[in-house]
Design a protein around this ligand. Structure first.
Ligand SMILES: N[C@@H](CCC(=O)N[C@@H](CS)C(=O)NCC(=O)O)C(=O)O
Length: 253
């Protein structure tokens, strides 16, 4: 099992962030090519952007830039002039930008065709609560650790507030492993039931979210996190198994 303390801390962090990044109301448009997000897992501003990516159900390639990282930080400095995160690149519109609130506004304007959350609320409620969530995770998901590079990006199926997925994202960040993030935010009330119970009660249930449907087809059930590694052919559920796999395969300390 993922250590109980780690999981309890992750649960507290999701609560501190007021469980934003749980529900999905898909954007009206989907980007033809995945967005790219340069970020650090435990950066409070990056969390705000990831919450919106879950809420809008947008596909994104995450390029982890932990402190001391050497793989993707230079790309941001070369493109934007400074090492500041989050940094979003949208290949569909040839747009690139810093600043979490600008990125959120851009995502709503471009893909959701509905208003973004008010800047007032974002500044007074969302940002401080995201800072509290980061404080609770201390240095997890913030500093680079020596690791082998992955030739191809991994794929992670999760939603932002998932307490089990957070430790996996933290490790992916520390190991600077890029990954395609397939958001599986909750789109209907049955999604709040535990996977086993839901599958027993409604075995034929049609998921409303496209990513949930795809995950069910690919892996037989919908549960967060689910990791696929195209470099080794490995695919697995269970956060503790995923953490062991990533450490054994990529960590070199
Ligand atoms: N106002 C910016 C603040 C972003 C920011 O301060 N990010 C920190 C991480 S939390 C950063 O990039 N620090 C530079 C570094 O870690 O190298 C936003 O909302 O995006």
């Amino acid at each position: 099992m993922t250590s109980v303390l780690n999981l309890a801390g992750s649960l507290l962090a999701s609560s501190a962030a007021l469980w934003r990044g749980t529900n999905a109301r898909p954007a009206a448009l989907q980007p033809a090519h995945a967005l790219k997000l340069y970020e650090m897992e435990n950066c409070p501003y990056c969390r705000l952007v990831r919450e919106v990516l879950t809420e809008l159900d947008l596909e994104v390639l995450v390029l982890p830039c932990p402190k001391g990282g050497t793989r993707f930080r230079e790309e941001v400095i070369a493109a934007g002039g400074k090492a500041q995160f989050p940094y979003l690149v949208d290949p569909n519109t040839e747009t690139a930008m810093y600043e979490s609130l600008d990125i959120i506004e851009y995502l709503y304007q471009t893909y959701a065709q509905r208003p973004a959350p008010s800047r007032f609320k974002m500044s007074l409620v969302d940002t401080p609560s995201s800072m509290l969530a980061s404080g609770l995770r201390l240095s997890k998901g913030l500093r680079a650790r020596p690791a082998l590079a992955a030739e191809k990006p991994l794929a992670l199926w999760s939603f932002e507030s998932s307490p089990y997925a957070r430790p996996v994202r933290e490790l992916l960040c520390e190991l600077e492993l890029p990954y395609n993030l397939h958001n599986i935010g909750k789109g209907q009330w049955q999604d709040f039931a535990l996977t086993k119970i839901r599958d027993r009660l409604w075995p034929e249930m049609a998921h409303v979210s496209a990513n949930r449907q795809t995950l069910k087809r690919r892996a037989g059930k919908v549960m967060s996190p689910y990791l696929e590694d195209p470099n080794t052919g490995v695919a697995m559920f269970e956060s503790a198994d995923i953490l062991d796999y990533l450490n054994e395969t990529y960590s070199i300390c």
